[in-house]
Structures are given as structure tokens and as C-alpha cells.
Design a protein around this ligand. Structure first.
Ligand code: ZN
Ligand code: ZN
Length: 401
């Protein structure tokens, strides 16, 4: 075991288990697969679970896997632990000996480690079971925001009473864990605005209904949503990310099209901002006698950790890593995370798990040089297994409604 690993984590893994997990992580990292294409990955994970004696496995769709680890009391409430397994369309530039051999795909978000720590948690729970059964969810397609829904829609988690998951984070050292109550990731919705006017010669603008001028006004007006509609105590973002119109300098086109994203950390501001995008685009465009066709697409909801499961998670982190391991995120993250879909239906807690080796660089997720320190997989496995044990015990003893 490497010196970077906290002793209370290291003692849970014998050499055989540790080398199996390291091997599994490297294999998955080397053979990344994109959202809903994780067939080899799922097969590797199922084989690894089998080698660890976990055989009660349900396939969800093509690439999702739910493994059941029996508890001590089969009638006790069920809890779940989730690891996501998909990669990103990025050309890897880490130079790792186990770098991607699937050109154009890369585990640049650390889901290779998440998948492995879920398998590790399953093994730890088999050796030292929770009160009730624990479902270990190996979830495809987090990056497209669709994977969690595919698991939920299958009904596999219908009886689950609490769910825990985590994300590697190189802003924190191995052994540090963020288990903050409240908002941890933003909703990520998209909009498309098509402005339909009337084309004309650029020298005869009076014969046109110019969608480009209308687009300029709409974009400016959209900035007032955050500045003037949103409560300033609540964070939010409205960004226009693309704008396309026109084909020649002497032609007024008949259409302009823009797309953008809306980020929020609570449901009320989320729906306010989406409603305002539509209302403002339509009303501003109509002032130019241009029609605005607005399409809103709901992406992932915000991740907001509720009080009780967060306390359980903190207790789990402290018992595995000690008080000093619990750190605060210290800023508000407006990236999205599809774990939010579970938390709309099941109480739970989403953790950020330190993945920087001592003295290592802070590398942002989704960068072509991103990787998680190997030791973080042991921290994630033991913390998530302990979250499941604490939640299971509390739910069984009636500690939650
Ligand atoms: Zn990601
Ligand atoms: Zn991720």
C-alpha cells in the first residue's frame, strides 16, 4: 500500500483485494467507452464483482448494472451506493502507462475510479455487511445527463431509502472529503431560440424584419434575468453559447438561431429563469415584428444535499478518516451532475472525494491531462461502504421518517 493512503483506509484492503481494484481501475481507464456504449466496461465490472463473490446482479438496459449485497437482516430498509462508469469524447494527454487505447475517448472525469470504488464498496460490504441489503449501482451515461434516469426508470431502486455517491476532485488531497449540506451542483438546462423574420436586400432594410437586430436585443435583454429578476442572494447563470445567422454581407437573412444554458441551485430560481428566457425572448422579438420560437430542454436538476443523510455521510467519513478529513467545498459549483435525478426521488448525499497526491497539481476534470490519484479509489470505496452502513443502521432503528 502506498504511503499516501490513510491508515484507517489501508487496513480494510488486503494485498489481493488492493491489487484487484488497482488492476480493474487501470483496465477501465485504458478502455474508456462513451455514454450508453459502456459494454466492455460493464462486462469487466460484472466479472470483477463475480471474482469478489458478488453474484446477485441485475443488468439495466445494455450497460447499467445493479449488484445486491445482502445485509444482516433481509427485511431491513435498503440503501444504495452509486458509481458512474462512462467516459468523455476527449483525446487523452496524461501520458499514463494505462492511458486510453480507444482513440478519442478518455476517462477525463474520473469515472474509472468511481466505477472501481463502487466495486470496492461492494466487496467491503460483503465482508462487513450493513443491517439491510445494499444495492451497488454502476451507472452509464452520467456525462449526457441520461444515465441516472435509465436506472430509475427501470424500477430497480424503487425500494431504496437512501443513496450515496461521490466525485473525485483534485482540488482536494487524497484523504480529504467534502460532505457539505445544501447545494453542491447546479441544474443544467438548455434553451434554443429561433428568431423568424423576413429576409431582404441589405440595402433595403425597411422591406425586412431583421432577425439579427432582434437577436442582438434579445441577447442583451436576457442579461437582465440574473441582474434584475433573480434574488441576488441566489446564484444563477444565463449564458448564450451559440449564435448563428446570415450568409452574406449584403443579405438580411430571415432567421437567426441561438442556444444557451441556464444554471441554478434551487428549483424556484430554476423555473423563474427558464420562464423568463421564454418570456423575454418572445416579447423583445415581437417589438421587432420577429417571431421567437423558444425551446427549453430540462437537463439535470441541482444537487442539494439534505440535512439528515449528509449528517450520516459525515459520520461515516469521520469514522473512516477522522475529523480532520472533513473539508468544505468553499465555493459554489455551477457544473451539473446527474446524481441529482436520484435525489429528486430518494434522500441521499453526494460527496467530493480528494484525488490529488501530496504535492500534486490541481487539474480540472474534463481536461485531457486529468487523472485521479490511485489511492482515492480506496478512500471512495471505504467511505461509501461506511455511508451505506451508517444509513442502513439509522433507517433500521427508525432514525428517519
Ligand atoms: Zn464529467
Ligand atoms: Zn463526472
Amino acid at each position: 500500500m502506498t504511503p499516501a493512503l490513510p491508515p484507517r483506509v489501508a487496513q480494510q484492503f488486503d494485498d489481493a483485494l488492493a491489487s484487484q481494484l488497482v488492476g480493474l481501475r487501470r483496465e477501465i481507464h485504458q478502455h474508456p467507452e462513451l455514454a450508453f456504449q459502456e459494454r466492455e466496461t460493464a462486462a469487466r465490472l460484472i466479472a470483477a464483482l463475480g471474482r469478489l463473490g458478488i453474484t446477485d446482479i441485475t443488468r439495466i438496459g445494455d450497460t447499467g448494472v445493479v449488484a445486491r449485497v445482502p445485509g444482516r437482516d433481509q427485511s431491513a430498509p435498503i440503501v444504495a451506493v452509486r458509481g458512474d462508469i462512462d467516459a468523455l469524447p476527449i483525446v487523452e494527454a496524461t501520458g499514463l502507462p494505462f492511458a486510453s487505447v480507444n482513440s478519442g475517448a478518455m476517462h477525463a472525469c474520473g469515472h474509472d475510479v468511481h466505477a472501481t470504488w463502487a466495486v470496492g464498496a461492494a466487496s467491503l460490504l460483503a465482508a462487513n455487511p450493513a443491517v439491510g441489503d445494499v444495492l451497488v449501482v454502476l451507472q452509464p451515461a452520467e456525462e449526457t445527463g441520461r444515465g441516472a434516469l435509465s436506472i430509475l426508470d427501470s424500477g430497480a431502486l424503487d425500494d431504496v431509502r437512501a443513496i450515496f455517491g461521490g466525485h473525485v476532485d483534485r482540488r482536494f488531497e487524497v484523504g480529504q472529503v467534502v460532505a457539505d449540506e445544501g447545494p453542491l451542483a447546479a441544474s443544467a438546462d438548455t434553451f434554443e431560440i429561433e428568431l423568424v423574420g423576413r429576409g431582404a436586400h441589405a440595402a433595403r432594410p425597411h422591406e425586412s424584419r431583421d432577425p439579427i437586430v432582434a437577436a442582438a436585443a434579445v441577447i442583451t435583454a436576457l442579461q437582465s434575468i440574473v441582474a434584475r429578476r433573480l434574488n441576488p442572494a441566489t446564484p444563477g447563470v444565463v449564458t448564450v453559447g451559440t449564435i448563428n445567422a446570415g450568409s452574406a454581407s449584403n443579405v438580411i437573412p430571415d432567421r437567426a438561431r441561438m442556444t444557451g444554458t441556464v444554471r441554478a441551485v434551487e428549483p424556484k430560481s430554476r423555473s423563474l429563469m427558464l420562464d423568463e428566457v421564454k418570456r423575454i425572448a418572445e416579447s423583445v422579438a415581437s417589438g421587432f415584428e420577429v417571431e421567437a420560437r423558444v425551446t427549453l430542454e430540462h437537463g439535470t436538476p441541482p444537487v442539494v444535499n439534505p440535512a439528515q443523510p449528509t449528517q450520516w455521510a459525515r459520520r461515516a467519513v469521520v469514522s473512516i478518516l477522522g475529523e480532520e478529513a472533513v473539508v468544505s467545498l468553499g465555493f459554489l459549483n455551477l457544473a451539473g451532475e446527474d446524481f441529482a435525478h436520484y435525489m429528486e426521488r430518494i434522500p441521499g448525499c453526494f460527496l467530493r472525494i480528494g484525488a490529488r497526491e501530496p504535492g500534486g497539481e490541481v487539474i480540472p476534470a474534463h481536461a485531457p491531462t486529468f487523472y485521479a490519484a490511485e489511492e482515492s479509489l480506496f478512500v471512495g470505496a471505504s467511505v461509501l461502504a461506511e455511508c451505506a452502513r451508517v444509513a442502513s443502521r439509522e433507517l433500521a432503528s427508525g432514525g428517519a421518517k
